[in-house]
Design a protein around this ligand. Sequence first.
Ligand code: FAD
Length: 544
Amino acid sequence: MKIVIVGGVAGGATAATRIRRMDESAEIIMLERGEHASYSNCSLPYYLSDVVEDSSKLLVMSEEKFLDQYNIDVRTLNEVIEIDRDQKRVMVKDLTSGETYEESYDKLIVSPGAKPIMPKSIGGIAMPHVFSLRNVTDIRKIEGYIDENDVKHVTIVGGGFIGLEVAENLVERGTQVALIEAQNLVMAPFDYDMVQILHKTLHDNGVDLKVNTALERVEKDRVKFSDGNSLHTDMVIMAIGVAPETELASQAGLEIGRTGGIKVDARYRTSDEEIYAIGDAIEVTHMLTGESTRLALAGPAQRQARTVADDIFGGEAFEALVTGTSVVRVFDYNAASTGLNEKMATAFGADYGTVHVIPPDKVGLMPDSHPMHFKLLFDKHSEKVLGAQAIGKGNADKRIDVIATLIKMKGTIKDLKNLELAYSPMHGTAKDVVNVAGLAAENILKGDLAQVPVSKVRELVESGAYIVDVREEKEYAAGHLNGAHNIPLSKLRERMDEIPEDVPVFLHCRTGQRSYNAFRLLSNKGVGNIKNISGGYLGISFFE
Ligand code: FAD
């Protein structure tokens, strides 16, 4: 069988090597438009800070290695310019010689990825000091421009994970960075309340973060925004998102989905059964909403590639529905998420509840114990877990991976509460962060806890709500919410008569743990009209 693959990186290279493992006699040709096949796209930003010292280390497999180890014919600088479905052949342009040739196929796998969005409507976007980042050639160009032009200030446009990683690595390198984001928050997979932690971290590390700011025009040494403001800068890196590369598929008459990605079936076959499509270029199905979506991540691309190889060779193929699990490091913090956030849950019409807890990620006595901000979404009726977001200095990814697994297994709050997880003081707490979230969610479902989200605190303070801070006096003296009354949990039993009965009372402490205990104490004594501020003073501090 002759298999031709378009695109030689995450999806393409994985499909090629898996096919070889399935069948020794298949003829495999992998055509890659760029200078390199099989490189680590995800590590590209780390070249700017010397975490990756040598850009050649970004290249995972050379053409020679593909041939020697796998007998795969890899041709870089070879662009597929047309698919002739009737004749089952592709037209290829050799970008070195400029000549074109044909290659026939029995099966064609299309994994052309997605390209950075560079809107022509932004004036000056084609200027030589404006860059985008997709491959090794791009990162070498960025690095070269910074060095040759003694760049002191870079404006990054877009606060997604690529924008944030580039920002962090440029700061590490000693470059001044402005990060421009048109929405009111960076990292769209997170909710506004959680993302405040990342906003503060960016500010604390010297990144000039401007949210609600859209780039309008690039000039030689300046960027101009739609609000009339402008900024002096030496260089611009565009990271406002990616668009699936569908031109080849469209020209060949393959069906394109509602979201703009190539439409595929459960086995990743396009509307032509002999042609598969995988990776950033396709439309996938969200496991929780059942809706079509796009997901430009390496893990899904590689799983899809394996599924296609298995399908071609009669192995067990299955459609991997996506939950959108991802993680990013932003300076000292790790931020991970999976499943639905509040915006998505609302759009989907889910009747969902949330909890926001901030347990320590390790036993507090351990030297590197830090609070883990953790938000969980669950369906109030089925009690199934719908999504989670974790941000902290410790292992946010571990917590989110547990939740991602639970979602995949259709787990409920009860399952989460009962999960038996690895523990030693150096690694976690006996009740892990995710168990704590499960317990808090169960309390809400059972009516043992009523809460308001931390994002509502400003409103509460401004409206003169009765807030009781149950931290110790010393903690209160070091800083507290305007107008909050201090009744430490340790003195609450003797000072209960200070809790008013005629107005709603909002309880809070550092993380929400002591105020939960205060809630239970008061509730057991028959005090109604009380609510816990979920997220605590630690969460509140990010809003100030
Ligand atoms: P790609 O890996 O982009 O490969 C597509 C290839 O096809 C390209 O090299 C392109 O040149 C080639 N091509 C296109 N058209 C043609 C044609 N007509 N003929 C021949 N060749 C063609 N994902 C994560 O999960 N975690 C991360 O931390 C992460 N970090 C990232 C950091 C950066 C800077 C970037 C750019 C991406 C990152 N990603 C990350 C995303 C991840 O790299 C992609 O989701 C993944 O590479 C998609 O695989 P793909 O095969 O669909 O596309």
